[in-house]
Design a protein around this ligand. Structure first.
Ligand code: ACO
Length: 429
């Protein structure tokens, strides 16, 4: 039976329908609110706004639950691969053996990047951030591959091409930034191995695969593959709602991800830990600064809009970080500082009262450092991982029968009507 919430104002009542998701999440449908009442809602940062119905990812921030297409992320991190998880997110179900093999073949077939793109790479200023380069180059893909995406087959083709090429483009930007020869993708290597090989193989020192490193990269990408309506995914949906091409929508998501409060946090965490290390290792000072309302400093890698308990991805990442450093026989002083910082912060009344726990980025930077990824490439690594999620969300929004161009309202607080004053009549300043 349909349920309603009643809004009463100045003696009149309005019935607003209640909608409920499969996990009993409840929302109030305000589609007719302005037409019926003249009111809009005010919700900066969209903290209480559901902008879509989605069947891709479920998270419960109070219980620390994260599932892709119903499957707990812990199970995927334990048993799946990034390729299979990408298929799951984009197509809505796990692939059969044959489907996964075909997907692999397509990823391999489309992994080369147009040679003319190298010219663009070579002309970015030396100090360009890899996220700026990647988001620009993804947008530029539309010029190299201008085919229309109309039929389901064409869309699948474009999607797979993007998944295949972004990995190559990311490795290519690293090689070119170092002045090294670009390494081409190899059809005999799996998705993560191929990336590591393109990043680290050189003519003088062939890259040697270490199974723990390959697995760590797979798990890192699986954990980042989707996270429902976060800042960058919302950017993809909002930009996509104007019916731009897929490349432009994904490029917008990449730009949003770059920010230090979002995907750029993994780089910011390492910079923060390095600063603490360089100034003698006093992590308590950082905790005190983060609590000081007169100081804009925040503990990077702490806090989350939705998780009000431990981020389930952070738990897996922390465990993986320990295992990886042990397998590689590496000692990282930043890991020691991170652990001590975490221990102090999670017991501190400020962090407890504000529900601030480590998020996925708190330990991911240390994992990436151990793999050999340079710090300014960390957010690019996140972007490669988030790509299947962005694609799945973009596809879902394109097929949404309730699709509308994104166009929020505002409460205007500027001047009332005033009139143009010619320069000769204005007050001198
Ligand atoms: N350190 C210190 N205080 C914090 C932190 C932090 N990391 N995060 C939030 N707070 C405090 C705020 O000062 C505020 O305090 P107040 O209510 O006393 O004024 C309160 O907690 C709520 O903070 P908001 O900024 O309103 O929370 P919001 O949900 O908007 O922001 C965010 C979430 C952006 C993730 C925030 O916690 C933050 O800046 N964290 C650090 C950056 C980071 O790690 N980002 C990665 C997030 S995960 C991801 O995107 C992959």
């Amino acid at each position: 039976m349909a349920e309603y919430v009643t809004l009463t104002y100045e003696g009149r009542s309005y019935q607003l329908p209640v909608i409920e998701g499969t996990e009993n999440e409840r929302g109030i449908d305000i589609l007719r609110l302005r037409t019926d009442t003249g009111f809009i809602t005010y919700d900066p940062g969209f903290a209480n706004t559901g902008a879509c119905k989605s069947g891709i990812t479920y998270m419960d921030g109070e219980k620390g639950i994260l599932r892709y297409r119903g499957i707990p992320v812990e199970e995927l991190a334990e048993r799946s691969t990034f390729k299979e998880t990408s298929y799951l997110l984009i197509n809505g179900r796990l692939p059969s053996d044959r489907e996964l093999r075909n997907f692999s073949i397509m990823l391999n077939d489309h992994s080369l990047v147009h040679e003319d793109m190298k010219t663009f790479y070579q002309n970015f200023p030396r100090l360009s951030h890899p996220m700026g380069i990647l988001s620009s180059m993804v947008n530029a893909l539309r010029s190299f591959y201008p085919e229309l995406q109309v039929t389901e087959e064409e869309i699948n083709f474009t999607v797979t091409r993007l998944l295949a090429k972004v990995r190559t483009m990311a490795a290519m930007s690293y090689k070119i930034s170092r002045g090294h020869t670009v390494v081409y993708p190899r059809p005999d290597l799996a998705y993560s191995e191929n990336f590591l090989n393109m990043m680290f193989n050189t003519p003088v020192k062939p890259y040697e695969f270490i199974k723990e490193v390959v697995r760590a990269l797979e798990v890192f990408w699986i954990l980042h593959a989707d996270h429902e309506q976060n800042c960058s995914t919302t950017a993809v949906r909002v930009v996509g709602s104007g019916r731009v091409n897929l490349y432009a929508a994904i490029s917008a998501g990449m730009s949003a991800l770059w920010g230090p409060l979002h995907g750029g946090a993994n780089q910011a965490v390492i910079e923060m830990l390095s600063d603490i290390h360089a100034s003698g290792g006093d992590y308590r000072k950082a905790v005190e600064r983060a609590k000081d309302k007169n100081d804009s400093f925040r503990l990077m890698g702490f806090g989350h809009r939705v998780y009000k308990t431990y981020d389930p991805r952070a738990k897996i990442m922390k465990r993986m970080c320990d295992n990886l450093l042990e397998a590689l026989n590496l000692a990282d002083p930043l890991l020691d500082i991170a652990k001590e910082l975490e221990e102090v912060a999670v017991k501190d009344p400020y962090f407890v009262d504000h529900n601030l726990y480590p998020n996925v980025d708190f330990y991911s930077g240390i994992v990436l450092r151990a793999i050999g990824i340079p710090t300014n490439m960390f957010t690019v690594m996140f972007a490669i991982g988030r790509l299947p999620g962005w694609i799945a969300q973009w596809k879902e929004s394109m097929d949404d029968p309730q699709w509308r161009i994104s166009r929020p309202r505002q409460i205007y607080t500027g001047p009332l009507e005033t009139h143009y004053v010619p320069m000769s009549e204005r007050e001198p300043s």
